[in-house]
Design a binder for this molecule. Structure first.
Ligand SMILES: Cc1cc2nc3c(=O)[nH]c(=O)nc-3n(C[C@H](O)[C@H](O)[C@H](O)COP(=O)(O)OP(=O)(O)OC[C@H]3O[C@@H](n4cnc5c(N)ncnc54)[C@H](O)[C@@H]3O)c2cc1C
Length: 444
């Protein structure tokens, strides 16, 4: 695969930044609820609050959609993120709740797209857990059992039965969800927000969160906001202020790349008739998906830990782009001559439980982190439920599944640089063993 003319994007490959970035906050103001962070999570909270007649201010450091929300692979999942076998082992009682939440979250996003007529190329294809080896296929079957037992809707099949490329052994199809252009989705949600009565300040980074005279005060470089309630929706950028939760998550940088446009006949020859997005069953997954521009977007395979705040603006490491290119050539040998056109990346938040988190510090400060690399569906849904919790004073059953009674979080295991390198090395070792077995089978 050719990687000699890759454009390294510092934002995303899906869209250009908006032309109408909103002015920063200047001076002081007061409101009922303030939301910090304008990703799909925070925007959803603000939208629900104004929809229900509340006075809202949203503060976003760059522009709404600047973070992971515009940079992801656009695979709207219908199942929880993370290692489902591990989740089942550690949190079996929570699995039915998590399954219900994951499927409802995907439907919530589909309804939002339809209600606001957002042109984000959404197609309800479902997504598949795709196996690259017999070992991974065994894992897929075990995961399918867990999901089915927890009330989820999936089906297992060979590559041919599922309509996924023949380079994969088979997989498990999530019957709920699909694929979209996440940049267009985020900017579509931003448009709905800017057209609403919410007061939105972009280019406005919150530098401190304190309590004064019974209210929460948000400090920015040119003004302050006093609010009765505050929602922290900063995802991986969750800076730890004195009154916000410690160790909520670990920031991890992940990347996506996109091929050049590929001849439609060559794409058709792959046997990818379902058009489903794919995630492999490595400990650190690879993901692959088709786009309407006849390209394939794929990525992750390696996790890079952020070590200090503020998180840096990064572009992908060319070494990882090379590595992804070589994995692509193994999974899609018929396309091994295709070039990668561009690469980008973004920060996700990984929690120690691998589950999304939501909760409250005191009476007035709510937080909501719905990521672990699966927030495209879950972040808007959880954001909406947080707004309802603020208004109604009670928790929807799906929010109860995530709710943290006490905001005390252990540091995530295996998330040191050495730990992540070890997980990556185990994946590569398994790839090597599977490659040798495949060659042995082909040779006789
Ligand atoms: C490369 C990549 C691929 C992914 N693929 C998928 C996928 O296919 N499917 C899926 O479900 N999920 C995927 N994800 C995860 C998904 O994108 C996220 O879970 C989701 O976008 C999280 O939304 P959010 O609103 O919480 O965070 P973000 O979009 O990151 O928004 C947080 C916002 O807060 C702002 N902010 C932070 N600090 C402050 C501050 N102090 N003051 C003001 N504003 C602040 C930031 O500027 C940012 O705009 C992927 C993520 C990445 C990076």
């Amino acid at each position: 695969m050719r990687t000699d003319h890759v454009t390294y994007e510092s934002f995303t490959g899906w869209i250009d930044p908006p032309a109408d970035v909103q002015p920063a906050l200047e001076g002081d103001l007061s409101c009922r609820v303030a939301v910090i962070g304008g990703g799909i999570n925070g925007m959803s909270t603000a939208l629900r609050l104004v929809e229900r007649g509340h006075d809202v201010v949203l503060l976003e450091a760059e522009f709404c959609g600047h973070g992971a929300s515009s940079r992801n692979a656009g695979q709207l999942a219908g199942a929880p993120g993370g290692d489902i076998q591990l989740l089942d082992l550690l949190s079996r009682k929570k699995m039915p709740g998590m399954m219900r939440l994951a499927e409802r979250a995907a439907h919530h996003v589909e309804d939002f797209i339809a209600k606001h007529d957002i042109d984000c190329e959404y197609e309800a294809t479902g997504n598949a857990f795709a196996a690259v080896s017999r070992g991974q296929m065994g894992r897929v079957r075990r995961v399918a059992k867990i999901i089915t037992r927890a009330g989820g809707h999936v089906e297992v099949g060979t590559a041919e039965e599922l309509g996924i490329p023949r380079g994969f052994v088979g997989g498990m199809r999530e019957l709920v969800g699909g694929r979209m252009n996440p940049g267009a989705f985020s900017l579509g949600m931003r448009r709905v927000l800017l057209d609403s009565s919410a007061r939105v300040f972009e280019q406005t980074k919150v530098t401190d969160v304190t309590r004064e005279s019974g209210r929460v005060v948000l400090t920015t470089s040119q003004g302050r906001v006093r609010a009765d309630r505050v929602v922290l929706a900063t995802n991986a950028f969750a800076g730890e202020w004195d009154i916000t939760p410690k160790h909520l998550s670990v920031p991890i940088y992940v990347i996506e790349v996109e091929t050049e446009p590929i001849d439609p006949d060559r794409l058709a020859a792959l046997g990818w008739t379902s058009g489903m997005g794919l995630v492999t069953q490595h400990a650190i997954m690879e993901n692959y998906r088709l786009t309407p521009r006849n390209t394939i977007v794929f990525g992750v395979r390696r996790l890079e830990r952020g070590t200090s705040y503020p998180l840096p603006e990064k572009v992908p490491d060319p070494g990882l782009v090379e590595e992804l290119a070589s994995a692509f050539a193994t999974r899609f040998p018929m396309l091994a001559d295709v070039a990668i056109d561009r690469a980008w990346g973004g920060w996700i938040a990984i929690t120690s439980s691998w589950l999304p988190r939501a909760g409250r510090m005191g009476e007035d400060l709510y937080y909501s982190i719905a990521c672990n690399g699966h927030g495209l569906a879950q972040a808007p849904y959880v954001g909406t439920l947080i707004a309802d919790a603020i208004i109604d004073g009670e928790l929807h059953e799906d929010l109860q599944t995530l709710w943290q009674a006490r905001p005390r979080f252990p540091r995530p295991m295996m998330m040191s640089r050495a730990g992540l390198r070890t997980i990556w090395a185990v994946d590569r070792f398994n790839d090597l063993v599977n490659g040798s077995r495949r060659n042995a089978r082909m040779n006789g």
